[in-house]
Design a protein around this ligand. Sequence first.
Ligand code: PMP
Length: 365
Amino acid sequence: MPRLFNFSAGPAAMPLSVLEQVQQELVELPGQGMSVMEMSHRSKRFEEINASAEARIRGLLGLGDEFDVLFLQGGASLQFSTVPLNCLQAGESADYVLTDEWSTKALKEADRVADDRGACARVAATTKDENFARVPRQDELDLDPKAQYVHITGNNTLFGTEYFYEPDTGGVPLVSDASSHILSRPLTVNKYGLIYAGAQKNLGPAGVTLVIVREDMLRALPPAVPTMLDYKIHAKAKSLYNTPNSFGIWVLDLVCEWLEAQGGLAGIQTKNIEKSALLYDAIDATGFYRGHAGTESRSRMNVTFRLPSEELEEKFAAEATAAGLDGLKGHRDVGGLRASLYNAFPREGAVALTEFMAEFERTNG
Ligand code: PMP
């Protein structure tokens, strides 16, 4: 079977050259006599891979020494708990901006920690009334200047919205769930105290969670916090406190190397703007397709759109799959169609989808 154009929201398309390199080097990592999966995480070679992955993340994002770069496990979902466990203590408050179901889940976990500790997780803004069709503007944010942090979801995978500005928090650290747009464009990193992301969209295979944390966010924790959920422990051990997802970190390093060859974050940003514009232009061309996201919040990673009826949406997704355009059905809680165009998704796939859209409208419009 030929490789499909994979529009899946995650796990998602990987760079083909990386897959081929993994295939070639899987049985024996060059010069090692064994696979990376068989190698001690305490070996010199694996420590080099771990350090290389960290250095590439630092280089791509331009991170200073004040940031620790951690490769953890448990997915972005575990960070929903780990962030408040580390950063929200008794009597303190944190602000949450709700822009989709992921930020709502993040708030739910923060509430659990807050209730247990006598702290507070506050909603600073939400666009739920508008079916999360955009992210809030700066003037809509009701921020508490005494908050420990302001949590945002940088890109909203389900509804297809993205922040194109860093909220001005008056010096309160921003915490971003960047799972679905990490490394897709340059970021003003000094605005953030913490950035986290599951790997399975833009970084590599599922099972690695990237956490970038500024040192002033690391604090002494109440004794009940499990060791494995203490950022300081992982920072001190350079992500090697226990056995990491060594295979995943190896592939992440290769994906970052590929990204460097694309011109880094500025280079990939140009490509991502171009790919997403192809689809948004096709959506806007006639009244048949309707974009979900407001134009100012349109995600470059997840393009969400509707057709005139749910029947047509079902038909569209089924026929697209048959035509080699896979994974376009929207999230089960949201409906509609969603085309995810992460870094590794090829431009030809976006062109093929626009051609399919035009033909589908001609025969069904
Ligand atoms: N946050 C966002 C923005 C996501 O898109 C996802 C997964 N699609 C998650 C969190 C949950 O990630 P994980 O499955 O790694 O826990």
